[in-house]
Design a protein. Structure first.
Length: 361
């Protein structure tokens, strides 16, 4: 197959979906930033480079949204928010707090889910969605530091989470490792010596929050001089109630009987407690359980669920603060020597009945 035919097939495939600035950059063999400089008619771009980019634009049929471009030359007062899964309590509550904080600041929020795959997240960053806003709050799930070369943008961006550790953008972090270390340490203080963790990912160890929370669990065991038993690290591919119930069923059917369980989110903990009850295992008398998220539902379970509160209201407040600073042309006071901010929001453990210390036999 000739190069010309390959390009024709590639162009046809790309044009079946929305053509992004990232597609143009790949076709022209330049960075996304260079494409942005060309379409915005910035000076100091070599004529040969400009010609390559314009040729790629013609081939792919890329068009810049001029209305959105004109809006961004001033301020639209619209904030973009992109999170992986709005059905999860963590992200649902985070979204609610972002919208609440935005209203206080006279901003509107438009939302675009991003957790499908890596390309979807790149399209959020470089596609038409980003042109409609003054700036973006972005919580990636699939992109990581190895994708840094593909994440060059020319608008204000705040990244939420530990996963995408780039020092060229402002970031707001939650205490995944510290929160889980504290939860596990608390179970140890309460007398638990065989503590399971539910929600481990068996594949990529840099995927999402799982490796950071697993790290905190292992740190707490090591600090207490307890062995790290791989049999107690129970996988769950998706963090919903059925997966928590299934994890407990597999654990018990395999002859593993813990006296404490930490779950990587509240939904897993809810499913875990349901399966424990079905098997006649009492919480907290026989096994103590702690979740993560401190979701609204956690306090209405029976028994009520102890959980790590990541302080999402503060995550939202700080994300909006950093983003608005950048939109208004200010360097945030939280910025470090490199000119960008990395803010860690402290968590707290909320103790309820599921880890009560004075359980009746």
């Amino acid at each position: 197959m000739t190069t010309h035919h390959r390009h024709d097939e590639e162009t046809s495939t790309i044009q079946q979906r929305h053509v992004t600035m990232h597609d143009v950059a790949r076709r022209a063999g330049v960075s996304v930033k260079t494409v942005s400089n060309v379409v915005n008619d910035y000076p100091f771009v070599r004529d040969s480079t400009r010609a390559k980019v314009l040729a790629a634009i013609d081939e792919l049929g890329y068009s810049l949204n001029m209305t959105a471009k004109n809006l961004r030359q001033g301020h639209s007062n619209i904030i973009g928010l992109s999170i992986p899964d709005p059905r999860m309590p963590y992200f649902a509550e985070l979204s609610a707090y972002v919208m609440e904080e935005a209203r206080v600041r006279g901003k509107h929020v438009i939302f675009n889910p991003s957790g499908v795959d890596r390309q979807t997240e790149l399209d959020v960053l470089h596609g038409s969605f980003s042109t409609l806003t003054d700036g973006l709050i972005f919580s990636p799930l699939h992109l990581n530091t190895s994708d840094a070369a593909d994440i060059h943008i020319d608008y204000p961006l705040v990244i939420i989470g530990e996963h995408l550790r780039l020092d060229t953008y402002d970031r707001v972090l939650t205490e995944n490792t510290t929160g889980f270390r504290n939860a596990t340490a608390r179970l140890i203080e309460l007398g638990c010596r065989r503590i399971a963790i539910i929600g481990v990912h068996e594949w990529e160890q840099d995927y999402g929050s799982s490796p950071y929370r697993l790290k905190g669990y292992r740190q707490a065991l090591a600090a207490a001089g307890l062995p790290n038993d791989p049999a107690l690290e129970i996988p769950a591919v998706i963090w919903y109630q059925p997966d928590g119930a299934d994890a407990v069923a597999r654990m018990l059917d395999g002859g593993i009987r813990p006296d404490g369980i930490v779950c990587m989110n509240d939904l897993l903990a809810m499913g875990a407690m349901q399966e424990l009850a079905r098997r006649g295992i009492r919480v907290p008398q026989d096994v103590k359980v702690i979740g993560y998220d401190d979701s609204t539902d956690s306090q209405y379970l029976s028994p009520s669920l102890s959980s790590v509160d990541p302080n999402l209201r503060e995550v939202a407040r700080m994300s909006l603060k950093l983003l608005c600073d950048r939109i208004e042309g200010r360097v945030p006071e939280e910025a470090g020597p490199n000119g960008y901010a990395e803010v860690v929001v402290p968590s707290r453990l909320v103790e309820r009945e599921s880890s009560a210390p004075d359980s009746l036999p």
